[in-house]
Design a protein around this ligand. Structure first.
Ligand SMILES: C[S@@+](CC[C@H](N)C(=O)[O-])C[C@H]1O[C@@H](n2cnc3c(N)ncnc32)[C@H](O)[C@@H]1O
Length: 240
């Protein structure tokens, strides 16, 4: 692993942290409060997948947390089977419990690092990853995960990311990074602003929208789309 990543949180650190944060990821109406436009983005993604795949049967939710993305998508569509993947067993328990109330389809919960999973070819109509992939570290890991997702999709299936991002130009990033700090301070207070910045420093290794869209094309996606961007958060995806 590149030395830049050596000081970052381990998989076990991330598992333990998210085990403690289940409550703050369990409210559909407020979404993830520290992620800009999280409710809007989840509703856009739910609208897009239900319009693209009205007869979809199988959804994969990577880094599902307490299930907010799956719940939004499941309630916008008819019966679905949902595969949930997360490092945190507490998040998975909550996601399963909440989803059982809204779907009759099968729920498979997998407590695993997404980097260690290999799905069968053509398993899913749609894959979503809500603010989870910024925990990937090396370019090789990003490539392997995106390739695995591409392979796991049925023909015509789609992959949607909502995430913390960086920018390819550091001066551009600097401005939007500061704007996000102001947004946190104004909406959630100075203490949360400082906590989020500390967490990002210790834990996160985001990539730019450009990097991820190029990678989608490299692994085979035939077309890519940007759904939303505000400061250092964006939503985008690819169609197989
Ligand atoms: C910020 S939360 C977002 C939860 C949910 N997607 C949402 O938007 O409400 C990120 C989740 O990703 C999970 N996660 C982080 N790295 C992961 C990895 N390598 N494999 C699987 N899950 C991961 C964490 O445990 C956490 O529950």
């Amino acid at each position: 692993m590149n030395s830049n990543y050596l000081n970052k949180s381990t998989v076990e650190d991330i598992r333990q942290k998210f085990n403690m944060l289940v409550e703050s990821y369990s409210d559909l109406e407020s979404g993830q409060k520290t992620a800009v436009d999280s409710v809007l983005i989840a509703s856009i993604i739910a609208g897009v997948v239900s319009n693209l795949h009205p007869h979809a049967k199988d959804l994969l939710d990577i880094g599902c947390g307490a299930g907010n993305y799956s719940i939004r998508i499941a309630t916008a569509m008819n019966s679905l089977n949902i595969t949930l993947v997360d490092l945190s067993e507490k998040m998975l328990e909550r996601a399963e419990e909440r989803l059982h109330k809204v779907i009759t389809g099968k729920i498979i919960a997998i407590r695993e690092d997404i980097r260690n999973l290999r799905f069968n070819e053509g398993s899913f109509d749609m894959v979503v990853a809500g603010t989870s992939l910024h925990h990937l570290r090396t370019d090789e890991e990003w490539h392997a995960v995106f390739s695995n997702i591409y392979r796991s999709l049925k023909p015509g299936g789609s992959f949607w990311v909502s995430d913390l991002i960086t920018h390819d130009n550091s001066r551009v990033h600097e401005v939007l990074w500061k704007k996000y700090g102001n947004y946190l301070g104004q909406n959630l207070g100075k203490e949360i602003e400082n906590w989020v910045y500390e967490q990002m420093e210790v834990e996160d290794t985001p990539k730019s929208v450009g990097f991820q869209l190029d990678l989608m094309k490299t692994v085979g996606f035939s077309n890519t789309e940007i759904l939303h961007k505000n400061m250092i958060f964006a939503a985008f995806g690819g169609i197989k």
